[in-house]
Design a protein. Structure first.
Length: 233
């Protein structure tokens, strides 16, 4: 999962983020270079989420960013903390506090508000087990994504809203899961598309469509070494 905040793009950053979306984190880092503190933190945090490796490098990059930009650095630090807790990768006693603090501060920052709101929904859903509060955050994040034209954020908000709808017996949630899957595919976001395919497959009745989606997700997970997704499949 990633936090594609709104930036003024330049060619180097655009190319690095395209590689990152494709699950090519090492080439993305090569393009970013050693001097791009925020971009390195973004790429390494994203890579840690999907592969659950290079955590030390990600932490070092985020620590360097915290010295330059406490809010943006705290946003990535919150993602690292949440990843550790969710996947049980060396979780720490203060990770829950760091997660909430980082995302809450980012929600008050214009650059990060919509993505941070989405993440607060994730925390509400999985950390606090408060689905109604989670839906409020996801809906606000979706509104922000549509306002900004942020298709990646739209894909994440619709995926989680779709999941909540299905849990409540509303089969229209399948349409949202399909929307999420197609948005990610159109963006060339291979890890995200594989995860969306697996989620959609699990929500469909047994049949050829579900099997094809699972095969596609599993193949991508193996190719890109998406640790937790490969294990789940």
């Amino acid at each position: 999962m990633n936090m594609n905040t709104t930036y003024m793009m330049n060619p180097v950053e655009d190319a690095a983020r395209s590689l990152k979306r494709a699950g090519l984190w090492d080439p993305a880092l090569d393009i970013a270079g050693a001097d791009s503190t925020s971009l390195r933190a973004e790429i390494l945090t994203d890579g840690f989420w999907w592969r659950l490796e290079r955590s030390d490098e990600a932490e070092a990059a985020v620590a360097a960013l915290l010295e330059e930009d406490s809010v943006l650095g705290g946003f990535y630090d919150a993602q690292l903390a949440y990843t550790r807790v969710l996947f049980r990768v060396g979780p720490r006693a203060d990770d829950g506090e760091r997660t909430r603090a980082g995302f809450s501060a980012a929600a008050d920052d214009e650059r990060l508000a919509h993505w941070a709101t989405f993440w607060l929904g994730v925390v509400a859903e999985h950390g606090d087990h408060a689905p109604e509060q989670a839906v409020e955050h996801y809906t606000q994040a979706l509104d922000g994504a549509l306002e900004d034209g942020d298709l990646m954020l739209e894909s994440y908000a619709t995926r989680h809203l779709g999941g909540q709808a299905l849990e409540n017996g509303d089969m229209s949630g399948l349409d949202l899961l399909r929307r999420s899957y197609h948005l990610r595919a159109a963006l060339g976001a291979r890890p995200h598309t594989a995860a969306a395919a697996a989620t959609l497959a699990d929500s469909l009745p047994p049949g050829s469509e579900a099997e094809q989606l699972k095969r596609t997700a599993a193949r991508t997970a193996r190719e890109l070494r998406l640790t937790w997704l490969a294990e789940a499949l």
